[in-house]
Ligand binder design. Structure first.
Ligand code: FES
Ligand SMILES: [Fe+2]
Length: 354
């Protein structure tokens, strides 16, 4: 296989707080972020909160209609809801007890007449049941942004829209969000770093990563069932992952095991990883716990020290942006990292730096 070589970007993009501030404005205020699933807000009054860039948002079922608004009281700015999830018929601010309807309109201000107020809205859209938020009310829909992805996801996980949150675990990565997202979107490191993944979850020779606009599609086949590292939930060996720029991915392990990644940028060198698993129930079976723990203890944890180390490298005087290995077909296997320069292109475009 012939390869070409692409150039990396200036490491300042990973270390400079000024770049990080521009990213929050130019990228995270105008793109779709995964925040949860329709099943979490299936009944009127159910709501979830999520962090989108440096904002907190509320996604709520208001009489059967799912909508979203900023999680900020219009009085003195306190967060309206602190919990990750709640059920309420109205929202009372914890600070001075002003009360809001589930459409974000102020209902009362402890009896004072303060005029009409409404919490600014955010856009909410869904993909096969998974909920995304965009702070930009004029942004194109999710389907326009990542066309075809919902259909591809449903082909591999037909019951995605019925899944429930079964498990959540978080980890603070001491690295820039792009270090994490680039790591996720290349399997060049998989044979070296992820022995369990490449032996018992997918067969490395079948792994393909295809960048396509604002999505990056991973596909692979799992090994035969007797070599699987976990008990498969269904008789299918297909693996697929659907990354949505800039920081969300829905993936399906062989056996229709659905799980998601959310990378929340906290600071130029800090990223919160939110890892969630979506089965047919809210409490995992022993078999479900097996795959969740196996994945966390091997594949996911194996990247933690790597990402922290790369962040230190980005700040080193001894680092120049290295050459990147690109498969000329446009699709990377485990010997190329095509998605990395693709992500750099999306970044530079969004920042207006190219
Ligand atoms: S800040 Fe919410 S009621 Fe005062
Ligand atoms: Fe990895």
């Amino acid at each position: 296989m012939g390869v070409t070589v692409a150039e990396g970007i200036d490491p300042r993009y990973y270390t400079d707080p000024e770049v990080f501030a521009r990213e929050l404005e130019s990228i995270f205020a105008h793109t779709w972020q995964l925040v949860g699933h329709e099943s979490q807000v299936g009944s009127p009054g159910q709501l979830i909160t999520a962090r989108v860039g440096n904002e907190s948002v509320i996604v709520v079922n208001n009489g059967g209609v799912i909508g979203g608004f900023y999680n900020v009281c219009q009085h003195r700015g306190h967060e309206l809801v602190a919990a990750d999830a709640a059920t309420m018929s109205s929202i009372t601010c914890p600070y001075h007890a002003w009360s809001y309807g589930l459409d974000g309109r102020l209902l009362h201000a402890r009896g004072e007449e303060v005029g009409e107020l409404c919490v600014p809205k955010v856009q909410v859209d869904s993909m096969s049941g998974f909920l995304f938020v965009n702070l930009d009310m004029d942004a194109p829909s999710l389907e326009e942004t990542v066309p075809g992805v919902a259909a591809e996801l449903e082909a591999i996980a037909p019951d995605a829209a019925e899944r429930k949150l079964t498990w959540r675990r978080t980890h603070l990565i001491h690295a820039n969000w792009k270090v994490a997202v680039e790591n996720y979107n290349e399997c060049y490191h998989c044979p070296n770093v992820h022995k369990t993944f490449t032996a018992g979850v997918v067969t490395p020779g079948s792994y393909r990563i295809a960048p396509r606009g604002f999505t990056i599609h991973h596909t692979a086949q799992g090994p035969p069932p007797e070599q699987s590292a976990y008990t498969r939930q269904a008789d299918t060996s297909e693996y697929g992952a659907f990354f949505t720029w800039p920081a969300s991915s829905i993936q399906c392990y062989p056996g229709r095991v659905l799980n998601t990644f959310r990378w929340v940028p906290l600071a130029v060198d800090q990223t919160l990883l939110i890892r969630e698993w979506w089965f047919d129930r809210t409490e995992p079976t022993p078999e479900q716990t097996e795959v969740i723990e196996l994945d966390w203890d091997t594949t996911v944890s194996e990247d933690f020290d790597i990402m922290d180390s790369v962040q230190r490298g980005m700040a080193s005087r001894g680092y120049q942006p290295g050459p990147l290995i690109v498969d000329p077909s446009g699709i990377a296997g485990v010997h190329a990292e095509n998605a990395v320069p693709h992500l750099h292109g999306l970044l530079l475009d969004a920042l207006g730096d190219q």
